[in-house]
Design a protein around this ligand. Structure first.
Ligand SMILES: Nc1ncnc2c1ncn2[C@@H]1O[C@H](COP(=O)(O)OP(=O)(O)OP(=O)(O)O)[C@@H](O)[C@H]1O
Length: 320
C-alpha cells in the first residue's frame, strides 16, 4: 500500500526548476532514505508530499488523497529542516501543546525517554543545546502516533551519541510498523537505517535502489592523468578522454596506480579524487536516453558500453 506518492511532480520557484518530473512511491512499512547534495530538491519533495507546497505540474498524494486534507495530515509526522521552538516554554509544555492536537498521543515521559530527553522536561527550550533542540524537534514528529514520518535531515548538528539515540528511536518506530522517509547528506546515515535509497540530484531522481547498490556506486574513484597510451589496467569500470586527459573510474584507485607504475606506463599530471555521488549517477544515466540536462561534457562523451554496472563492489560511506 502506497502512503505517499509523487507522479511526474515538478516544482518551479521562478527560474529555478527545483523538482523535475519526480516519481516516488513510499509504501507502508518502508524506511526510505532520500539522499542528495545541497539544493538537490529533497526538502521541496518532502514539502510537496506533506502539502506545504503544491507541485507546479504533476501529482502528489498522501494516503491516497490530497496532502492538504487535514485528515491525511493527522496521520503524518514531519520534522522540517529548521524548526523554531518557543524559547520560554519548557520541553514538557511544548510536547503537551503538540500532543493536544492528536486523539491518542504518545505519553510525554515515554516520548522524551525515547529521544534521550527524559531529564529535560522542565528545561525551557531556550536553554537547550542545539543537539537537544534538534532531538526535541524530531521527537515532536512522533507525538501523534503517525503512520508515516518525514524527517528532513534529522541528525544535522548532532554528535555521535545523540545521532545514535535518534537512529534508535527511528528504528523502533519502524520495527513497530511505522513508515519513514528521511533525507540526509550522509550515506552512513541512510545505510544505518534504510534498505531503500532514492538519490536525487538537480531536481531529478537519479537512482532508486537498495542501499548496497548505491554504496557500490559511491565507491568509484576517478584517476585522471595525461597519457597517450595505457596498458590494460585492473578494476577500471569506465574510461573517458576529455581535453587530452584520461579519466579512469575505478573501484580501487590504489591498485590502479600501482599497476600503472608497475607496467612502466608513461603518464604525467596524475590526480586521484572521489567521484561524488551525483557525478557517479550522472555518469551512469548518461547515454541511456534519459541523460539529464545537467550532465557534464565527460558524461556525454562516454559511450553506453563504457558505463559501469549499477552495483560496483568496494564502496565506502561518503558524504555527498
Ligand atoms: N522558496 C524558494 N524560493 C526560491 N528557490 C527555492 C525555494 N526553495 C527552494 N528553492 C531552490 O530549489 C532548489 C532545491 O532546494 P531544496 O531546498 O529542495 O533542496 P535540498 O535538496 O533540500 O537542499 P539542502 O540539502 O541544501 O537542504 C534549490 O536550488 C533552492 O535554492
Amino acid at each position: 500500500m502506497t502512503l505517499a506518492r509523487a507522479e511526474a511532480a515538478s516544482r518551479r520557484y521562478g527560474d529555478v526548476l527545483a523538482l523535475d518530473r519526480v516519481d516516488l512511491d513510499v509504501r507502508a512499512g518502508e524506511l526510505v532514505g532520500l539522499l542528495g547534495p545541497n539544493g538537490a530538491g529533497k526538502s521541496t519533495l518532502m514539502n510537496l508530499l506533506v502539502g506545504l507546497r503544491r507541485p507546479s505540474s504533476g501529482r502528489v498524494e498522501l494516503f491516497g488523497g490530497d496532502p492538504r486534507d487535514p485528515a491525511s495530515r493527522r496521520q503524518v509526522g514531519v520534522t522540517p529542516q529548521e524548526t523554531g521552538l518557543p524559547g520560554t516554554l519548557r520541553v514538557g509544555e511544548v510536547v503537551d501543546f503538540v500532543s493536544a492536537h492528536y486523539p491518542d498521543p504518545v505519553p510525554r515521559g515515554e516520548l522524551l525517554d525515547r529521544f534521550g530527553l527524559g531529564d529535560l522536561h522542565r528545561r525551557q527550550t531556550g536553554g537547550l543545546s542545539g543537539g537537544q533542540r534538534r532531538r526535541l524537534a524530531v521527537a515532536l514528529a512522533f507525538v501523534g502516533r503517525p503512520r508515516l514520518v518525514l524527517l528532513d535531515e534529522p541528525t544535522t548538528g548532532l554528535d555521535v551519541a545523540a545521532r545514535h539515540t535518534l537512529w534508535g528511536a527511528i528504528r523502533a518506530f519502524h520495527s513497530d510498523g511505522g513508515t519513514v522517509l528521511l533525507s540526509s547528506h550522509y550515506l552512513e546515515e541512510v545505510e544505518a537505517l534504510a534498505h531503500r535509497v532514492v538519490v536525487i540530484g538537480q531536481g531529478r531522481v537519479l537512482a532508486d535502489d537498495t542501499v548496497d547498490a548505491v554504496r557500490g556506486i559511491v565507491g568509484v574513484r576517478r584517476v585522471s592523468l595525461v597519457a597517450d597510451h595505457l596498458p590494460d589496467l585492473p578494476g577500471v569500470v569506465r574510461t573517458e578522454r576529455v581535453d587530452g586527459r584520461l579519466h579512469l573510474l575505478t573501484t580501487d584507485a590504489d591498485e590502479l596506480v600501482r599497476a600503472l607504475v608497475t607496467a612502466g606506463a608513461a603518464f604525467t599530471d596524475l590526480e586521484v579524487r572521489p567521484t561524488s555521488l551525483e557525478e557517479a549517477f550522472l555518469a551512469i544515466t548518461s547515454g541511456d536516453g534519459s541523460t539529464p540536462e545537467q550532465s557534464t561534457a565527460e558524461d556525454r562523451q562516454a559511450t553506453a558500453e563504457d558505463r559501469p554496472a549499477t552495483a560496483v563492489p568496494g564502496g565506502r560511506p561518503t558524504t555527498v
